[in-house]
Design a protein around this ligand. Structure first.
Ligand SMILES: NC(=O)c1ccc[n+]([C@@H]2O[C@H](COP(=O)([O-])OP(=O)(O)OC[C@H]3O[C@@H](n4cnc5c(N)ncnc54)[C@H](O)[C@@H]3O)[C@@H](O)[C@H]2O)c1
Ligand SMILES: N[C@H](CO)Cc1c[nH]c[nH+]1
Ligand SMILES: [Zn+2]
Length: 442
């Protein structure tokens, strides 16, 4: 991995180094995805089957997994894997349940009550990636909060495997969480199917889940109009930035960099350290450890997009990290808490020498669907509220209208909006004439 010194590099070159890798021009990607969406809208299921053949090298055996397949998959799974899935469902469930918002009711003035009511979205679509490899853990990260939010109808889409079927662990998780609509299709075509509906796929209100650039671009495009489906957040190719000092273990840090690099050639990994010696040690670890991985080549390409950056001190390291806004930030230093307090832009943070990022990917309880490409500057990762909508309600009694009507009417008069003002003052006039409260009689 290239090692650079932040001060010697200068601000502009550093910003260039931290830029996300572009695999193809945006215009080309937009057009490809727009064409796929248009095709699915006009030809429905037939287009899904054709795109399966074209992009996944196989059409699904059946577009929707058969009802018996889900229970059979759960039964076929290695018991140790099933137990691990159950543990993850439990920890992710505990963390997300604690974030469930409560309805509230506030009397803002005597006789005027305002409420916020939370309702689950329905139906929702969950996208579980399976291009380079199936990610059943993503099914847990999506389905657990959806269920806890109270979503009733859930469509789960995932690309077909070599047999043209959904991955068995993904099916088992769907079974565990009572999801019975599993669409065996991936990429932009699956997103389009859930957004607009097809003969076999119900149209959903919102699409959740990470994916490669085709998936994230499709989510963006279908969310552009209310006729499509809202999107959760831009969760694209994985990223990690590690801040480490010389108290960290170079092998641990190297494996953390590799763990996000092995996701895909377009992943990105950075190490920022205040120690040039530690930078060299991590580079040696990477040289030794990369070839031991099944996905060594993918990881090597991804590491080529990143760098080891030597900063003057750890304050500068945090400033670099805040500028980059990583999806995952690992702080492996003597005092990680102080640096965490100074962190303003990161999707999820991993503190200390014994909190690998992969713990959050699978089992700690936080959600691994996180903003990428710099979006961590302004958005957080997936939570239970993303599966809900907040509706406000207000009610004024005659006394409430007497109290808040006059200032409301004054504001309307200031804006020159007569009907707004009169809607209030007509009622006030009626009340002043001591008419019945419901105002129905003349
Ligand atoms: N940010 C997050 O929260 C998060 C979480 C998990 C995974 N991820 C990322 O999700 C991504 C998963 O990507 P993946 O590729 O493995 O799986 P994927 O399921 O997202 O994409 C596979 C699909 O892409 C489509 N596709 C492939 N090549 C295409 C082409 N040339 N033209 C049109 N469509 C094409 C195919 O239809 C295929 O089904 C990785 O980049 C991973 O890092 C991100
Ligand atoms: N690190 C990924 C999010 O960027 C999530 C994941 C799933 N499986 C393993 N990792
Ligand atoms: Zn991961």
């Amino acid at each position: 991995m290239q090692i650079v010194n932040a001060r010697e590099l200068g601000r502009e070159a550093l910003a260039k180094l931290l830029a996300r890798p572009a695999m193809e021009s945006n215009a080309e990607l937009r057009q490809t995805v727009a064409d796929i969406i248009a095709e699915v809208r006009s030809r429905g299921d037939a287009a899904l089957l054709d795109f399966g053949k074209k992009f996944d090298r196989r059409a699904p055996a059946s577009l929707l997994a058969k009802p018996g397949e889900l229970a059979a998959a759960a039964e076929s799974l290695d018991p140790e894997l099933l137990a691990a899935i159950d543990t993850a469902i439990d920890t992710v469930g505990r963390f997300h349940a604690a974030g469930k918002p409560e309805n509230l009711s506030v009397e803002t003035a005597p006789g005027v009550t305002c409420q916020a009511r939370w309702q689950a979205l329905d139906p929702v679509g969950l996208y579980v990636p399976a291009g380079s490899a199936p990610l059943p853990s993503t099914a847990i990260m999506l389905a657990v909060p959806a269920r806890l939010a109270g979503c009733r109808q859930i469509v789960l889409a995932t690309p077909p495997n070599a047999e043209g079927r959904a991955d068995a662990a993904v099916l088992a998780i769907a079974h565990r969480l009572d999801i019975d609509t599993v669409l065996v299709s991936g990429g932009a075509q699956a997103v389009a199917a859930m957004a607009y509906g097809t003969e076999s796929v119900p149209r959903v209100a919102k699409i959740f889940g990470p994916g490669n650039r085709f998936v994230t671009e499709a989510k963006r495009q279908v969310a552009e109009s209310a006729a499509g489906a809202a999107q959760d957040l831009p969760a694209g190719p994985s990223e990690v930035l590690v801040i480490a000092d010389d108290s960290a273990n170079p092998d641990f840090v190297a494996m953390d960099l590799l763990s996000q690099s092995e996701h895909g050639a377009d992943s990105q990994a950075f190490l920022v350290t205040d120690s040039a010696d530690f930078a060299e040690a991590v580079d040696r670890s990477l040289e030794r450890l990369t070839p031991t991985l099944a996905r060594a080549e993918t990881a090597r390409i991804a590491l080529g997009h990143g760098a080891v950056i030597v900063a003057d001190d750890l304050d500068e390291a945090v400033a670099i990290s805040n500028e980059y806004a990583p999806e995952h930030l690992i702080i492996s230093t003597r005092d990680p808490h102080t640096l965490c307090d100074a962190t303003t832009s990161a999707g999820s943070v991993f503190l200390g020498h014994y909190t690998p990022e992969s713990l959050g990917d699978y089992i700690s309880g936080t959600n691994h669907v996180l903003p990428t490409a710099g979006w961590a500057r302004s958005i957080g990762g997936l939570s239970i509220t993303d599966f809900m909508r907040r509706m406000t309600v207000q009610e004024a009694s005659p006394d409430g209208l007497r109290k808040l009507g006059p200032p409301g009417a004054r504001l309307a008069a200031h804006e020159g909006l007569d009907a707004h003002r009169l809607a209030i003052t007509m009622r006030l006039d009626r009340l002043n004439q001591a008419q019945p409260e419901n105002g129905t009689s003349a």
